[in-house]
Design a binder for this molecule. Structure first.
Ligand code: CDP
Length: 788
């Protein structure tokens, strides 16, 4: 028996994060820490107005400022065919403006200078003559017949409509509605929010004029995909492009797209033959880079009078901003929105989506979300709660009644997803048990009797992560697989190179634990490398909680590949046939003779010193993983809140979160992911909002207007887990990175609405600021609320 000290810290061990040694000592290397010899600095001039034609740009005064090396305009970029670039949704986006600006904050020109402050000062010396045009700030207005056409750069474009898309079965859904006893509807807006990572975006482009080698240090979650895009767009040979993504201070989806700043800095370095650094400030990050959400949604749920769900109808209108840049796997028009049927065994559903251009920043990034699954999850979980109340049922009961049953998995939803595994009843039961649901309802009844506004909200989310099988998932044609390369050194220590990129999720620890589990090498002896296209295998990167389902699987597969060779070496060392060798956590032994043993370290040494004739020396391998299906993590969250009727301030009294992400590699890291997500979900539910005034001015361009929850407001979380392994993942893991951000907003809002339901309040759109809640209470009271 292994002693505690010898135990291999593979799956299920809360190993301390290896990367924290450098990160918490301030020894990380972030983009702004990098200084290259001869480096220049770039600053971007942004449009102060939302919609205007450019009459002229005069950069002569800026060019004359001492220290300024160049001013780059759209015309210069156009000479190199780089004034426009493709977006992740097959649209085009202006890199630097040539015709008109289409949102406040759009990139107009760039100054390259010897010093970052000179570059910034020079922006004020660029004279731009704007001819104002009427701005369009809502998608509803955008679709009116007389709305100004925002994308008149697109030949033949006469309106602001981008796409119409349908999913599910309209006829079957209409029939379900016709035979239903009750239909409950909900109209809601999932507001525009921002991932707002601690570190903003930036890059250093270093193009060597002699060799043509382009080294681009860049805040990117997807270095390999970016390199390929650069090769395709800029026409540079791919082998001469090296993208290095150093330590990232968070990403949350914000660091997936290519932003104009990256392209201009690279073009400037190419033209000037010197490295060019560009670092966004906070306002630039908030007003111009990837927003998230911004869906106007209508849901209708048809049920029998006993609460059995019969059909779901959903329509949505997406505000896409000035360029359609949604991050989404191409086949799926509105991302994975059609997982809107959630955790329920719905016999029919029909989803209709339209998108519109507005004079706002582009984006639609997967902010801790699988391509729009967050909005879908929010809608169904809000709708289910309201339906329960309209039917006089407990919200837990309606869920229990309609959940997909454990033995129905693998389950094919009416919109075509195959859910891999689940046990929704177990997660719900555990959450209710942990929170003491029956007692909590009694407490609520007592509070209500005393005139208090006390609410309990549930959300039982299912999401879809781990994009994805090559037949269905790609980004601009690049299939979404990922790789892992493992090399065991003679002393039995290893280097694992992965295609995904950690932004704080702890991959350097958890991926080492996967190797530990498969080969018995302790995680501290496995160095994990990532974020350098020259030194890691190809893959599509980290977003949408796909690292563990895809590159994590590749890591298990390559470890197993290496283990098979190690088994041959062990057989050679133990002088038995391969079939007689058994393996257990780092030890190869002879079947029936456990004292005849060689450790993985013995075997690794032999791979370089004592290998049999005819065998290739060395112990290493590479694997690429194309997942056979997505993974479907799930959970139930329960929140209790108290609302102050005089101020509208609501406080979370209890929050229990039960998550099921299959097998947990590192429970501590998983809990950290969930804590972060529950906090982000709270921020979105309570305070975060990027909004615009009627002129298209962005409100929310700084952290005094765009409010993030601090430790002060953040509720206390009580976590629980169930474990339903993914049947197709080599170690049974599902992703978890986004779960709590996806699942929790509905739980918070459901709790506040539960508190206000007796007054007749059925919906308040997020964020539920105290002012909005107070107004809803006043409006309900004024209309005689209280008897609903
Ligand atoms: O793609 P991203 O890393 O953002 O999401 P993820 O794959 O869900 O992983 C987030 C973190 O949680 C990583 O460090 C994972 O290895 C870890 N994790 C885990 O320990 N066990 C799981 N079942 C899922 C994720």
């Amino acid at each position: 028996m292994a002693t505690e000290a010898e135990e291999i810290r593979g799956l299920g061990h809360s190993v301390k994060r290896k990367e924290d040694d450098r990160l918490i000592r301030g020894k990380g290397t972030f983009i702004d820490d990098i200084k290259l010899p001869g480096m220049l600095h770039m600053a971007i001039l942004r449009s102060p107005v939302a919609h205007a034609r450019i009459r002229s740009i005069d950069s002569s005064r800026a060019s004359a400022l001492p220290g300024v090396v160049a001013v780059v305009t759209g015309d210069l970029m156009a000479q190199h065919n780089l004034a426009w670039m493709p977006t992740l949704s097959y649209d085009t986006q202006a890199v630097l403006v040539t015709d008109k600006v289409r949102f406040q904050g759009q990139e107009v020109a760039a100054v390259i200078a010897e010093d970052p402050y000179v570059a910034k000062d020079a922006l004020e010396l660029i004279d731009v003559d704007y001819e104002p045009l009427p701005p369009v700030v809502t998608p509803q207005r955008a679709l009116e017949a007389d709305a100004p056409v925002i994308r008149d750069d697109k030949e033949g474009k006469t309106d602001n409509h981008i796409y119409h898309w349908e999913s599910g079965d309209k006829e079957a859904t209409d029939a379900a509605f016709a035979s239903a006893d009750v239909v409950v509807s909900l109209d809601t807006h999932y507001p525009r929010s921002h991932p707002s990572p601690l570190e903003t975006c930036g890059c250093i482009a270093d193009v060597n004029p002699a060799t043509g080698q382009a080294t681009i240090y860049m805040t990117t979650q997807a270095p390999h995909a970016i390199r390929t895009l650069f090769a395709l767009v800029a026409g540079l040979p791919e082998e001469n492009i090296r993208v290095i993504s150093p330590d990232l201070g968070g990403g949350f989806g914000n660091k997936v797209p290519v932003y104009p700043g990256y392209v201009v800095a690279t073009a400037a370095s190419l033209l000037l033959g010197r490295p060019v650094k560009w670092i966004e400030d906070r306002s630039e990050n908030l007003i111009s880079t990837g927003f998230a959400r911004d869906f106007y949604m209508r849901g209708e749920l048809a049920c029998a009078s006993d609460g059995t769900m019969k059909g779901l109808r959903v329509s949505l209108l997406a505000d896409e901003g000035a360029f359609h840049a949604d991050a989404q796997p191409t086949k799926f028009k509105v991302g994975l929105f059609h997982i809107v049927t959630g955790s329920y065994d719905l016999p029919a559903a029909h989803v209709v989506a339209d998108g519109a251009y507005t004079n706002k920043a582009p984006g639609g990034v997967a902010y801790r979300c699988s391509f729009r699954v967050t909005e879908a999850s929010y809608l169904i979980e809000r709708l289910v709660q309201n339906t329960a109340y309209e039917l006089g049922m407990d919200p837990a009961e309606i869920r229990r009644k309609n959940f997909i049953e454990k033995d129905q998995f693998p389950y094919t939803s009416v919109t075509g997803f195959v859910y891999d595994s689940g046990d929704y009843h177990a997660a719900l039961d555990l959450a209710l048990e942990k929170v003491g649901y029956a007692e909590l309802r009694e407490e609520q009844a007592r509070a209500r009797a005393e005139g208090k506004l006390y609410g309990i909200g549930l959300a039982s989310f299912t999401e879809v992560v781990g994009a994805g099988p090559h037949k269905d998932y790609d980004i601009l044609g690049l299939k979404m697989s990922d790789g892992a390369e493992l090399r065991i050194h003679p002393t039995g220590k290893a280097i694992l190179k992965i295609s995904v990129k950690t932004q704080g999720q702890g991959h350097e620890t958890t991926f080492a634990q996967i190797v530990a589990e498969e080969l018995g090498i302790q995680p501290e002896d496995v160095k994990v490398m990532h974020g350098d296209t020259d030194n890691t295998p190809y893959g599509l990167g980290t977003y949408a909680s796909r690292s563990t389902p895809v590159s994590g699987a590749a890591t298990a597969m390559v470890s197993r590949k290496v283990r098979e060779k190690a088994r041959k070496l062990a057989a050679h060392l133990l002088e038995v046939s391969e079939e007689d060798i058994e393996f257990e956590k780092g030890r190869f032994f002879v079947k029936g003779a456990p004292d005849k043993v060689k450790t993985i370290q013995d075997v690794a040494f032999a791979a370089y010193t004592n290998f049999p004739d005819g065998m290739e020396p060395g112990l290493e391998g590479v694997s690429y993983y194309d997942p056979p299906n997505m993974t479907f993590p799930f959970g139930t969250y329960v929140v209790a809140v108290e609302v102050d009727p005089d101020t509208g301030v609501w406080k979370v009294r209890r929050m229990v979160a039960v998550d099921d992400c299959g097998v947990r590699i590192n429970p501590m890291i998983v809990e950290g992911q969930i804590h972060g997500g529950l906090t982000e979900g709270y921020g979105i539910a309570a305070m975060e909002l990027i909004t615009f005034d009627e002129d298209g001015n962005c409100i929310g361009s700084n952290f005094t207007d765009y409010l993030l929850p601090t430790a002060w407001e953040t509720p206390k979380f009580d976590l629980g887990e169930t474990v339903t392994p993914s049947p197709h993942h080599p170690i049974g893991a599902k992703g978890v990175g986004e779960s709590a951000t996806v699942g929790s907003p509905a739980a918070y809002v459901n709790a506040v609405i539960d508190a206000l339901w007796p007054l007749g309040v059925k919906n308040i759109d997020m964020p539920l600021t105290s002012a909005k809640v107070w107004e809803a209470i006043q409006a309900a009271k004024a209309s005689g609320g209280g008897g609903s």
